[in-house]
Design a protein around this ligand. Structure first.
Ligand SMILES: Nc1ncnc2c1ncn2[C@@H]1O[C@H](COP(=O)(O)OP(=O)(O)OP(=O)(O)O)[C@@H](O)[C@H]1O
Ligand SMILES: [Zn+2]
Ligand SMILES: [Zn+2]
Length: 760
């Protein structure tokens, strides 16, 4: 009998179900394969994952049989099955949701309608194949056939001659697409097949996203600087000794953290073990992938969302088959089916993209630490601006703290000039640029050096407003204004995807004075063209990078000096290492500070420090200009002096005083319903229940309306709990989930978020 977790994500079905294993499937039904089973009243077909097989039977009645098996071998091994169970528990997610989050989308099953009206479950993933030609006859037989052809059957003769030759050297099959085009076409090959001269054999191949990098010459290890050597001296014994210890590598921008990662990976491989490295989504990918591929070549598999489904599926299979020894990837690569892991790395560990904001709401750092314990392997967290949580753990000795306070080239960090925008004389000509920033840009242009310009887009939107009546275009489904997209001339909702044309007259009062507002990157690009007509500008934002490989193309062009200025959003702040960039400009440092988020200062400090770190990384001295309306704010002042440690102490004081993480644990509970009244009733009911079971040390914020009260036609309410020690909390929440009527059946949706990244 098999225990199957079915693809019916509801509270009521969040448990394994027993199914009988029909005799013919006995060998194929093993833990970790996907199966198709009948479920519920109508016995409709659903996909399920076998999590266990046993002889005993918990269920008395007659068991339904497993209908089909979708995989010829387990796609989740023992470790990953155990991890999924733990994650479901830890994040209050449905088990099936966790199992699916761990698999590439090619291994998700689709439901298809059959001709008779029923639904069936089919495999989504396709293995890519190429056709090979296999000779079937002997050399002499082909020569005889050549003689028998009419002289004008040139193509057949060429094919037979080729086959004759191939048949002598061990009959190695040839790739049809390579062998074919010049001499004989596919029709001729088909004809040859029906004559029995050859066989066409489809063979599986991998879609390789970085094949060009694999072919490049390998880089060699650099001689470590003294501070890199100290870090390695602490790390290597933990790797060699199979210790599941967590290290926090706090190294200033340009201190050479990458080289420490690469040498630690090399040491792991030398031990006969494999390495898994996470990097934040997209922005860093091109340069870091090139670095790791440069050192370890085709041994490296890469997993991130900018790959096509097919490429990701194939990289995943290379890992699963043990053909890759190093994995580099974004958040979900934490679940890569790598085995025998000797080292886990998380670069830019403070990045918010490591936390998934949809169910399962896991943090990749927790996943790495779980796997580190499983494999008895160290976890290395690296950043120039560690999260307060991690730095606090290092202070307590939970993590081993490794410091690299200097740049690898011994050069100082670039001086940062703060420009007080309250005093700046801005007019319609200068737009968003102070004289200081414009002059600095002009100087770089004159010297032929490069600049990076960041527009902090958080909290900003380019929206459309009527100057007559104040009408703002809003999404019909969500309580939020629509964002203007110049490239497609449409208004778009960033939450639900709703799209509509830009109005030319106000829908509310009929006035023609309806205008664009906001400081989008496009607008800044236009003013740059006016202010610095000779500057070549490359723009990097969601619009210019939507196409596959968009990031890499822009960065490559900038690296080859095809532009003087790289203008972009937050995505240009981190990780980039361009030797000729001598100026970093921040157009607006403040927007994050205005958000109702207790981490606003931390985010602002991190962002300014990271982006400043892009300047002067090689021989030429760098400089930074930061425009702000809050020049006295401590986050901005301490970022000016690159003083992380001072910021850490200051911010910890504030968190302590106001009772925020890392002094308190936090938990967010959200309820939504299509009817406002229902959602409100449910959240107050939950709040009541919780009040009874929490200790008086715990603090409950709310219930309040969600920051966006209405989203995708649903109303949102939330509670945030801050607590120090609530051993019963987990059990209470589980009980509430099952006992209350707030199941998905009645149109409710409940979301639990452990350690939410924001309270709004
Ligand atoms: N041991 C070394 N010898 C010579 N050059 C080095 C050494 N280590 C690192 N470098 C060089 O120093 C520069 C900065 O290194 P790297 O990009 O790894 O910094 P980082 O610590 O990751 O910074 P950031 O946090 O800004 O990404 C790179 O150009 C790298 O090649
Ligand atoms: Zn109007
Ligand atoms: Zn919407």
């Amino acid at each position: 009998m098999a225990k199957v977790v079915v693809d019916v994500p509801t509270m009521q079905t969040n448990q394994p179900y027993d199914y009988a294993i029909p005799a013919p499937l006995a060998d194929n039904v093993v833990p970790g394969v996907r199966v198709v089973v009948g479920f519920g009243k109508g016995d409709r077909e659903v996909m399920g994952v076998v999590v266990d097989t046993t002889d005993q039977q918990d269920f008395d009645g007659k068991l339904k049989p497993i209908m089909r098996v979708l995989d010829d071998h387990p796609i989740l091994d023992k470790e990953l099955l155990a991890l999924s169970r733990w994650m479901a528990d830890d994040t209050f997610a449905f088990w099936i949701t966790c199992l699916q989050a761990m698999l590439p989308s090619a291994l998700h099953a689709d439901t298809k309608w059959l001709a008779n009206g029923a639904k069936t479950v089919v495999n989504r993933g396709r293995v890519a194949t190429e056709d090979f030609i296999v000779p079937l006859l002997k050399h002499d037989e082909y020569l005889t056939l050549v003689d028998q052809q009419r002289t004008n059957a040139k193509r057949r003769i060429t094919l037979l001659q080729a086959l004759a030759q191939w048949s002598t050297d061990g009959a190695e099959p040839r790739l049809l697409s390579v062998a074919g085009p010049d001499s004989f076409d596919r029709t001729t090959v088909k004809a040859g097949q029906s004559q029995g001269w050859l066989r066409i054999e489809p063979r599986e191949f991998y879609r390789r996203p970085y094949a060009n990098l694999d072919a490049q010459a390998r880089t060699h290890a650099l001689t470590p600087t003294a501070q890199q050597q100290r870090a390695l001296d602490a790390l290597l014994p933990a790797i060699d000794g199979h210790k599941d210890q967590t290290f926090l590598l706090e190294g200033v921008t340009g201190s050479g953290k990458t080289e420490v990662y690469l040498q630690a990976i090399a040491a792991t491989l030398a031990q006969g073990r494999n390495a898994l490295m996470l990097i934040p989504e997209i922005a860093l990918t091109p340069q870091m992938v090139r670095n790791v591929k440069g050192r370890f070549g085709a041994d490296v598999a890469v997993l991130h969302s900018a790959l096509s489904d097919g490429e990701r599926f194939d990289e995943w299979r290379r890992i699963e088959r043990g053909e890759a020894r190093v994995v580099v990837g974004a958040r979900s690569a934490a679940f890569a089916p790598l085995t025998n892991i000797g080292l886990f790395i998380m670069d830019e560990e403070h990045e918010t993209s490591y936390k998934q904001d949809d169910s399962p709401r896991y943090h990749a750092r927790d996943v790495l630490q779980w796997r580190g314990a499983y494999h008895h392997a160290p976890v290395l967290l690296g950043s120039a601006t560690p999260s307060l949580e991690s730095r606090a753990r290092a202070a307590k000795g939970v993590y081993t703290h490794l410091l690299m306070p200097e740049r690898a080239n011994q050069k100082p960090l670039p001086p940062v000039q703060i420009v007080d925008m309250r005093a700046a004389q801005l007019d319609s000509v200068s737009g968003d640029f102070s004289n200081e920033l414009l002059n600095a840009l002009q100087e770089r242009l004159d010297r032929g050096e490069q600049s990076v310009l960041m527009l902090n887009r958080r909290g900003f939107s380019s929206f459309v407003m009527c100057r007559e009546c104040g009408y703002v275009a809003k999404c019909p489904n969500c309580d939020i204004s629509l964002t203007l997209h110049m490239d497609s001339h449409t208004l778009r909702c960033h939450y639900c995807g709703h799209e509509e044309p830009v109005p030319t007259v106000c829908p509310s009062c009929g006035s023609k004075r309806i205008r664009y507002y906001g400081t989008g990157t496009e607008k800044v690009e236009q003013s740059l063209h006016k202010l610095l007509p000779n500057a070549r500008v490359l723009r990097m934002d969601v619009d210019t990078t939507r196409r596959k490989g968009g990031h890499a193309k822009i960065l490559k062009a900038f690296g080859q000096h095809e532009a003087d200025i790289l203008l972009g959003t937050q995505m240009i702040a981190k990780g980039l290492d361009f030797p000729d960039v001598t100026l970093v400009g921040v157009i607006n440092a403040d927007t994050a500070l205005g958000l109702p988020d207790f981490r606003a200062s931390e985010r602002t400090f991190q962002l300014l420090t990271q982006v400043s770190g892009r300047a002067g990384r090689a021989d030429k001295a760098g400089a930074v200009v930061v425009q702000t309306y809050n020049p006295d704010h401590y986050a901005i002042q301490l970022a000016q002096h690159h003083d992380y440690e001072h910021f850490f102490v200051t911010e910890m004081g504030i968190r302590h005083q106001s009772g925020y993480p890392p002094y308190y644990f936090t938990f967010k509970l959200t309820v939504s319903h299509p009817e406002d009244r229902q959602a409100a009733k449910a959240i107050y009911h939950l709040a009541d229940e919780l009040k009874h079971s929490l200790s008086d040390q715990a603090v409950m914020l709310g219930p309040t309306r969600g920051a966006i009260a209405r989203l995708k036609r649903r109303y949102y309410y939330q509670i945030v709990i801050k607590y120090k020690n609530e051993p019963q909390l987990h059990a209470t929440l589980e009980r509430l989930l099952t006992e209350t009527q707030v199941g998905s059946r009645n149109g409710f949706q409940v979301a639990f978020d452990r350690e939410p990244l924001s309270f709004v």
